[in-house]
Design a protein around this ligand. Structure first.
Ligand code: NAD
Ligand code: ZN
Length: 354
């Protein structure tokens, strides 16, 4: 294949300072280092993490100026001289974990998200809200050519993360998982991964659009509206067949309250898996009930390279169908606005050509 022509300039969404605004402007196309590839991003999902980054919600500073985005799917257009296992023309994805040291205790055990030197796309290095993005070759997701690049974009963070979280929950086929924040990007994919893994789901979120999507499109057996329910704990337990509560809870919501409620409705010996990262939030659980119910509470953080490949393969096999809407890269501020208001059912995906 002849080398693709790479422009010197490209369009990107950039923040100059924490708090924004995001500015749609032309910047230089970066050049890959020896162990890196340059990916012509075609589509990028917008994750709530990107909005947390703009707002400076977390006790970890971002680089500045910053190009956000970490669900970028595209085509490899250049590679460094040390890269031998991915070719120009291959389809590849930029994930949250852009790179890691590959030699620390955690990397050696395939826990590369825990590497203290991990590079985070759209946070500590520039991410996928640009037309050309760099990724460490060892870490970019390999995307088979029969997989559409717009639909796979949300899998690159949301899909991988919920798939890993479901594995971490220990829930077994036939058991029930409550998905809290079910109407959002992670939540919608969580219902589909759960179903593909033989699990049953109860959805918790708010609004008619999200209720319909969860029950009619994504396969949940019940929906509890946290805004109108008089007693979320009772309603979630009542939604399980024997009234004893779900075997696991996947917390992908962006507010603190459910992180302080889940241990109350989870089934004895059940697990509560924390994934959402609301600003300044604390976990809380009653000691007495948690002990006598033998509840497990844990965190789950994205996934490793193997989890990523598996999550993509679930999609490739036709098991994952979650709604997404495509808009131009220039429309990112509107997407952030809707996300802030909790108005997005599913995921928005940006088309970098417009
Ligand atoms: P999103 O905005 O698409 O969805 C969040 C959903 O939570 C919305 O539908 C909202 O209505 C719902 N919600 C708000 N308050 C709720 C409540 N009290 N009860 C139930 N639902 C409630 O966000 P997203 O992109 O799916 O991301 C979700 C969270 O996960 C973010 O905080 C993000 O940073 C985090 N995240 C974590 C990881 C990880 O590895 N741990 C990876 C990706 C994203
Ligand atoms: Zn994300």
């Amino acid at each position: 294949m002849s080398a693709p022509s790479i422009p010197k300039k490209q369009w990107a969404q950039v923040i100059e300072k924490t708090g924004g605004p995001v500015q749609f402007k032309e910047i230089d196309v970066p050049q890959p280092g020896p162990d890196e590839v340059l990916i012509n991003i075609k589509y990028s999902g917008v994750c709530h993490t990107d909005l947390h980054a703009v707002n400076g919600d977390w006790p970890l500073p971002t680089k500045l100026p910053l190009v956000g985005g970490h669900e970028g799917a595209g085509v490899v257009v250049a590679k460094g001289e040390l890269v031998h296992d991915i070719e120009i023309g291959d389809h590849a994805g930029v994930k949250w974990i852009n790179g890691s040291c590959l030699s620390c205790d955690f990397c050696q055990q395939s826990d590369e998200p825990l590497c203290s030197k991990a590079l985070l796309s759209g946070y500590t290095v520039d991410g996928s809200f640009q037309q050309y993005c760099i990724g460490k070759a060892a870490h970019v997701a390999r995307i088979p050519k029969d997989v559409p690049l717009d639909a796979i974009a949300p899998v690159l963070c949301a899909g991988i993360t919920v798939y890993k979280g479901l594995k971490e929950s220990g829930a077994r086929p036939g058991q029930t998982v409550a998905i809290v924040g079910a109407g959002g990007g992670l939540g919608s994919l969580a219902q589909q991964y759960a179903k593909a893994m033989g699990l049953r789901t109860i959805s918790i979120d708010t609004g008619e659009d999200k209720r319909k999507m969860c029950l009619e499109q994504l396969g949940s057996e019940a929906f509890v509206d946290f805004a109108t329910s008089k007693n979320v704990v009772k309603d979630v337990q009542a939604a399980t067949e024997d009234g004893l509560g779900p075997h696991a809870v996947l917390l992908v919501a962006v507010s603190e309250k459910p992180f302080q409620q889940a241990a109350e409705y989870v089934r004895p010996r059940g697990s509560v898996v924390c994934i959402g990262l609301p600003a300044g939030a604390y976990l809380k659980a009653p000691v007495f009930e948690s002990v006598i119910k033998m509840v497990q509470i844990k965190g789950s953080y994205v996934g490793n390279r193997r989890d990523s490949a598996e999550a993509i393969d679930f999609y490739r096999r036709g098991l994952i169908k979650a709604p997404f809407k495509v808009v131009g890269l220039s429309e990112l501020p509107k997407v952030y606005d809707m996300m802030h208001k909790g108005q997005i059912a599913g995921r928005y995906v940006l088309d970098t050509s417009r």
